[in-house]
Write a protein that binds this ligand. Structure first.
Ligand code: GBH
Length: 437
């Protein structure tokens, strides 16, 4: 069955950050620091999904999706990130899973969508190798509770973005600006992923995937320095997170560091534990030029000549086809089936006087990206699912509530949900699908 779904993440929608024994996460800490997020906004309330989840499940029933990708908040399950398990935290996801299954929607949980327990950050976060084992323990206790009903699991969401934004540039939690000093956070996430795959399988999870953010990399010109820079960027954004998992080896990281002493014997074998699927989040291609400074071996030259989303990101549907066929030619038979675990766009989405939201640009975006995915499938890429980011407008990290990605509009003063035109369009689209395409 081809999975058609929507995606969300715990910190972006749940709110209720102090309830039922939940511990603090790095995003609670970060969002409450002055100047970190747009207008100081936080996920304290977000979409209040923790209380309103039955309404949100009903919205998915109305949409007609057969799958829902959500994330489990580690600090709800283990408030301190290790040891003591908080039963009410697991109960919340247990109820959600049962409600989804009751209406024929397959739950697809992600174990880590950036909300590391704060107590682990105090021990070094993903820079500390010990966190890998803690992640595997958390995966095990969660799967022991849910694996009897949850067939497909995702370990990490976008370890590249977490490393780059959280540890290299410091614009996301935990707010560290270490540049290439962030590389151990890549290795430890990957090692934690591999250990979690093993823990999930031991606890009876059927299928396991990793979700990577991938981007086609376009050199700014065919000149040698631009080509070299584009290659270096491709290594950092794409290959650093795909090669070890699919091929059991790291790409050449010499443009970034000579020091790889955080990699130990046996790590790569763990990281390469076979997967049932690779999750791919696609937003846009990246255009790269030779560096003008010496901090990094590339400059982001920006893609121009395309329409943009409200966020300013270029809209390039064919980039999804290019990405998928590129993965297929790079990894060949080492590439497992692919799930598009996120694709979507932010738009202005101002309700009209009669309350309706006519997000024609989002309809066009989704329609064209789904077509691009199908072209890649026609070219032989094995894609098994597509999830729209996102079900609801939500807390868009450093941008707070300014960027709206939902099929459903949320009025953050009243928590009123209003399906946009794109919701009705997707519902109509899904009614026309048979389940194997
Ligand atoms: C995902 O990250 C996250 O998984 C999700 O939580 C988030 O809400 C969603 O996407 C929307 O942001 O500067 O034009 O080159 C996406 C990571 C990183 C993708 C920045 C687009 C830059 C676009 N994004 N990237 S551009």
């Amino acid at each position: 069955m081809f999975l058609w779904g929507t995606a969300t993440a715990a910190y972006q929608i749940e709110g209720a950050t102090d309830e039922d024994g939940r511990g603090a996460s790095i995003w609670d800490t970060f969002a409450h620091e002055p100047g970190r997020t747009s207008r100081g906004q936080t996920g304290d309330v977000a979409c209040d999904h923790y209380h309103r989840w039955p309404e949100d499940v009903a919205l998915m029933a109305g949409l007609g999706v057969n799958a829902y990708r959500f994330s489990i908040a580690w600090p709800r399950v283990q408030p301190l990130g290790s040891g003591q398990v908080n039963a009410p935290g697991l109960d919340f996801y247990d109820r959600l899973v049962d409600a989804l299954l009751g209406i024929g929607i397959q739950p697809v949980p992600t174990l880590f969508h950036w909300d590391l327990p704060q107590a682990l950050e105090e021990r070094g976060g993903w820079l500390d190798r010990d966190v890998c084992e803690r992640f595997a323990d958390y995966a095990a206790v969660t799967a022991e509770r849910l694996a009897d009903r949850v067939p497909l699991w995702i370990t990490l969401n976008e370890p590249f973005v977490h490393m780059a934004y959280g540890y290299a540039m410091g614009v996301h939690a935990p707010g560290r600006a270490l540049l290439t000093g962030a590389l151990p956070a890549a290795h430890h996430q990957l090692l934690g992923h591999g250990l979690a795959v093993q823990a999930l399988r031991a606890a009876g999870a059927g299928q396991v995937a990793l979700t990577n953010n991938c981007t086609p990399v376009w050199p700014a010109s065919q000149d040698e320095p631009d080509l070299r820079a584009a290659d270096a960027y491709d290594i950092l954004h794409n290959r650093l997170f795909n090669d070890p998992v699919l091929l059991g080896k790291y790409p050449d990281l010499s443009a970034y560091t000579a020091e790889l002493d955080f990699i130990r014997d046996g790590d790569l074998a763990t990281i390469a534990t076979p997967l049932d699927a690779l999750g791919v989040n696609y937003y846009n291609p990246t255009r790269i030029a030779a560096p003008t400074g010496d901090a990094l071996p590339f400059d982001d030259a920006g893609v121009s000549g395309y329409p943009t989303t409200a966020f300013g990101w270029p809209v390039v549907p064919d980039g999804l086809r290019e990405l998928l066929t590129g993965l297929r030619s790079r990894y060949g038979t080492a590439l497992p089936p692919i799930l598009i675990t996120e694709n979507g766009c932010s738009q202005e989405d101002v309700p009209a006087e009669d309350g309706t939201i006519d997000d024609a640009a989002r309809v066009d975006f989704l329609d064209r990206h789904i077509s691009a995915m199908r072209e890649a499938m026609a070219e032989g890429v094995d894609v098994r699912g597509y999830f729209v980011w996102s079900l609801l407008d939500n807390f868009e990290w450093a941008e707070g509530y300014d960027q709206r990605f939902g099929l459903v509009h949320v009025d953050f003063d009243t928590q009123r949900r209003t399906p946009k035109r794109s919701y009705h369009w997707f519902a109509e689209f899904l009614r026309g699908q048979n389940t194997d395409t």
